[in-house]
Design a protein. Structure first.
Length: 248
């Protein structure tokens, strides 16, 4: 297949996944609990108890933007633009997804309720699929509350359906783990999603979510046909910057 046609085909499939992972709203649907998620989350919280009293200060949008990666940072990355803040839109552009716990997860990934948000896109060499990060700063205990909602949602969120501008979609959620995220930040977890497309492909997403002080950092890597992995060294590097900035 000509590379230009391939890019257009893959871009259309990516649109389904991008909207599937940024929906809003919630509605009830019975779901099955992910085994072991609650215990993993409790372990992460216990490990961070002695840091919750000295989380530092709340970062502004300008500070988050300065702390995002610069052009040329990171191996094999040829572009990492920071997206400009968009104009505020209505809260319910599309109907809520079919499962309330999954919608709660999507809202946290979209940084609902944050006081400042910076989104960055990663383009890697020889990779048709890129990645993305969302750095979100919260006032008070907002970051902890957001991570609590994410953790609670992932205990029962196993699958959901929704509607985007590309049509209906169905997404499965798997691989929820706190231990796999490694020793980074105050709290951290990972999970994966898989979304079949009308073109017969399956879009895979790897998600890493870290809380450090008053900030949450969310990372996403996309692949078609096989599981994706966001570079963990970039996760650690970004979280170190965020942690140091809050303590300065």
């Amino acid at each position: 297949m000509h590379i230009g046609n391939a890019r257009r085909l893959l871009a259309g499939a990516a649109a389904v996944v991008a909207v599937a992972l940024s929906g809003t709203g919630c509605s009830g649907q019975e779901s099955t609990e992910h085994p072991g998620v609650s215990a993993a989350g409790d372990t992460a919280k216990a490990a961070s108890q002695d840091t919750t009293d000295a989380q530092g200060r709340t970062l502004t949008y300008e500070e988050l933007r300065r702390l995002a990666f610069k052009q040329g940072e990171g191996p094999t990355t040829h572009a990492a633009p920071v997206q400009k803040p968009g104009v505020k839109k209505s809260e319910r552009t599309y109907p809520p997804v079919s499962d309330a716990s999954c919608q709660s997860v999507l809202d946290v990934l979209d940084a609902k309720g944050a006081s400042a948000v910076v989104r960055q896109v990663f383009n890697w060499k020889d990779d048709l699929w890129g990645g993305a990060s969302t750095l979100a700063s919260y006032r008070g205990t907002g970051a902890e509350q957001a991570f609590d909602r994410l953790e609670k949602g992932l205990r029962t969120c196993v699958a959901y359906s929704g509607v985007s501008y590309a049509g209906e979609y169905f997404t499965e959620v798997t691989g929820v783990s706190a231990a796999e995220a490694g020793r980074v930040g105050d709290e951290a977890l990972t999970f994966r999603t898989a979304t079949p497309t009308k073109d017969g492909m399956v879009m895979h997403e790897d998600h890493v979510v870290v809380r450090t002080g008053h900030v949450t950092a969310t990372f996403r890597k996309t692949e078609a046909g096989h599981e994706a992995t966001f570079p963990r060294d970039l996760v650690e590097w970004q979280v170190e910057r965020l942690t140091e900035a809050q303590r300065s």
